[in-house]
Design a protein around this ligand. Sequence first.
Ligand code: HEC
Length: 147
Amino acid sequence: MRDYDDEPMQRPKWIAWLIIIGMILVVLGLLNLGVRLYIGTPSDQTTAQRVQAMAEASPELAQAQATLESSNCMRCHGIDRKFVGPSFVQVSDKYREQADASAYIARKIREGSVGVWGNVIMPAHAQVTPAQAESMAHWILAIPPAP
Ligand code: HEC
């Protein structure tokens, strides 16, 4: 008969894997947060102030900004940083003078877009209601032009 007493207790392998996967998830989470904080922050004080002043001036726009920030938009769009998609300042500058701009933008938000700014696809956002899309469009168009 063999004696197993002095064999060290084996820790099951899956615990090690669980710890490694957990650490990878934490790192990915921090990177994602870092990228989001970076894109979401305007690159200069003037833009930050312009956008803040605009939201303070109108509860409707403040509400629209909150919806935009809690939606996934800021993963791909910065206020004034071009990232996966154009910055909201760029979009605002492009359409500010266009008569049907807010209906056009609201439709693009819900249906998605490709080919206007490049070959990267913006996915459709069917979960955004038409009213929410309309108010996000108002917010984008209300960004004051750079002085
Ligand atoms: C997965 C990345 C991604 C997400 C998420 C995203 N967009 Fe976009 N968006 C893009 C890209 C890429 C374009 C450029 C598409 C093109 O060239 O037509 C774009 C274009 C736009 C345009 C300009 C459309 C035009 O015709 O000029 C608006 C407005 C816009 N996005 C708003 C939003 C809003 C609001 C949200 C959140 C509800 C959002 N986007 C979420 C990637 C994204």
